[in-house]
Design a protein around this ligand. Structure first.
Ligand SMILES: [Zn+2]
Ligand SMILES: [Zn+2]
Ligand SMILES: [Zn+2]
Ligand SMILES: [Zn+2]
Length: 225
């Protein structure tokens, strides 16, 4: 279905191979400038965590984030819901090891959560679950580049899809195809317009989220700040 594994740097806009994300930041002039500017601000210096969020089983969906060490996991939960997951206010949890693993309270700080482990699992919705692996890929001491608990560094570029009818680039998803016909339900503009199904509403836009097509998820898949 989707093939790309490239991401876009949120600071310079360059497209980067997934495996080179951390290497890119070390040489990204825009990111270096943002960090230098932050050092001149009145914010307090603290330990900042470089995290890679990876949708389990969907390699094309990933994020690189910088998060304040003193910020709580609930901020990360909120961020993941906004950018990827939120459909109808399901429960979520963090743990070491996923289902059956040791749960970590959302009041825990990032610094505490990563004190002895370098990977957490986030599960959203205990029915039709979306699982995100959160790996700590680095830390630095410094001032955060924004006043928010989390800064987006890189995000996967939207995967490209082909229309199931004509193989042209697609932008729409039909849930009736998915649920009742066991088809991909991926449609181009033209075929979305003429599509005969409406049991689950009109075809919806394909957005940049691993939760697309699950439960009632419809996007918008935008970061909260
Ligand atoms: Zn960059
Ligand atoms: Zn839902
Ligand atoms: Zn088409
Ligand atoms: Zn359909």
């Amino acid at each position: 279905m989707a093939k790309q594994s490239k991401g876009k740097c949120a600071f310079c806009g360059q497209e980067i191979a997934k495996s080179s994300a951390a290497k890119h930041l070390a040489t990204c002039a825009s990111w270096q400038a943002a960090m230098a500017k932050a050092e001149g601000s009145k914010r307090k210096s603290e330990t900042l965590y470089h995290l890679r969020a990876q949708a389990q089983g969907q390699v094309q969906f990933w994020l690189n984030l910088e998060m304040r060490g003193l910020a709580a996991l609930k901020e990360l939960d909120h961020y993941l819901r906004e950018i990827w997951l939120e459909c109808c206010g399901h429960m979520s949890q963090f743990s070491y090891g996923g289902w059956g693993g040791q749960e970590i309270g959302k009041g825990s700080t990032i610094a505490k959560a990563f004190e002895y482990q370098d990977e957490l699992t986030h599960i959203y919705d205990f029915g039709t679950e979306s699982v995100t692996l959160i790996k700590m890929v680095g830390v630095r001491e410094g001032k955060p580049v924004t006043s928010h608990p989390i800064t987006l560094l890189l995000r996967n570029v939207p995967p490209t899809y082909e229309c199931q009818e004509c193989q042209q680039p697609a932008a729409w998803l039909c849930m009736e195809c998915v649920i009742e016909d066991d088809a991909q339900g991926i449609l181009c503009d033209l075929h979305a317009e003429n599509h005969p199904h409406d049991n689950y509403g009109e075809p919806m836009p394909l957005v940049n989220s691993p939760r697309l097509g699950l439960c009632g998820y419809e996007g918008p898949a935008e970061p909260p700040y």
